[in-house]
Ligand binder design. Sequence first.
Ligand code: ZN
Ligand code: ZN
Ligand code: ZN
Length: 154
Amino acid sequence: MATHAHTHHEHSGESLIDAARESLVASGEQWTSMRSDVFEELARHDRPASAYDIADNLSAKRGKRVAPNSVYRILDLFVSNNLALRVESSNAYLANSHPGCTHDCIFLVCDECGEATHIDNDDISSKVRGVAKSANFSTRRPIIEIRGICASCS
Ligand SMILES: [Zn+2]
Ligand SMILES: [Zn+2]
Ligand SMILES: [Zn+2]
């Protein structure tokens, strides 16, 4: 990822949902009511949510069973369109607060409460990519996750 200067927008609440919809529609995908529900559910969570968590909550909300598999497919679509981020060490997802721009996001994951704080530092992530490159490794996606104890748990 280039470390060029850009206008970086962090979104939350309604503005995040609008930004996500615009970003998905701009890439030629439809913002269906199911996709909208999955995104809103994801955005409501402070902690990384699994497809199962989201399927459970949506089943209750929609009054009929939503299969985790269909949630998985939507989450995959969100990840490939930069609307959601996958926290590998938690095997779960977070809404991406910057759907408009791509970064190698870094996560601070609390071992006590499970909260994942999302930070961006292109300086670090480009160094990580550089290390891989100098070992003749072609990077698809660096995964940078730091496990530990968050401020409220310490
Ligand atoms: Zn940015
Ligand atoms: Zn990020
Ligand atoms: Zn914590």
